[in-house]
Design a protein. Structure first.
Length: 202
């Protein structure tokens, strides 16, 4: 009888301590992005500090102009038409941004419905990998970490982790550290449960 009570108590502790319910909550919260949305994704040439800085500068120059284009639009159809008609202007902005930085990077600006995005975790929000409608700006080889936002509806002024402005947003390296920290905490919790289990039945 005593062993049965100890087993029941241990199972109750495990169910309370392990964060099994957190993933389902996070998965539901990614729906902050509407189904009909147009994203903006910028790929850096590499993960070198200089190339990541170039990416951020291009991001700021592009956002300063492109967010003005869509701020008054009320339908995704109108946003698509406007973006397609002004892609040459967007290419010129990227070119000027690179020239201002004294660079001769190659670059491309594309718009389509099948732009590939990796899974990303921002704070409590998770955004699944998949193909999405987006403007894709590729700088150089495009092998560095990317930055992205939702262009329409206009959410490019937001960092999805905490709602701060893009200028204050942390880069991907910091996000990766957050994910590592979460994994470390989960391992520590599981280790604690194992220790508790062994002490109860030793």
């Amino acid at each position: 009888m005593k062993n049965g009570l100890l087993l029941l108590l241990s199972l109750s502790i495990i169910l309370m301590v392990l964060p099994w319910g957190q993933k389902s909550t996070a998965v539901q919260q990614y729906q902050v992005i509407p189904d009909e949305a147009i994203r903006l994704r910028i790929l850096a040439d590499s993960n070198a500090a200089e190339d990541q800085s170039v990416k951020r500068n291009v991001r700021d120059d592009v956002n300063a102009e492109i967010t003005k284009w869509v701020e008054e639009l009320t339908s995704v159809e109108a946003a698509r038409e406007l973006i397609q008609s002004r892609l040459p202007e967007l290419e010129a902005i990227v070119e000027d941004s690179l020239k201002d930085q004294g660079l001769t990077y190659s670059y491309s600006v594309e718009y389509g419905t099948n732009v590939q995005f990796p899974t990303k975790l921002y704070g409590s929000y998770i955004y699944p990998a998949g193909e999405y409608e987006a403007i894709l700006i590729t700088l150089g080889e495009g092998e560095g970490d990317n930055w992205w936002c939702v262009l329409f509806p206009p959410l490019c002024f937001l960092d999805f982790s905490n709602g701060t402005s893009v200028a204050e947003a942390e880069e991907v390296s910091t996000e990766d550290e957050d994910i590592k920290d979460e994994g470390k905490e989960e391992k520590e919790v599981k280790f604690f449960v194992v220790q508790l289990w062994e002490s109860l039945f030793s």
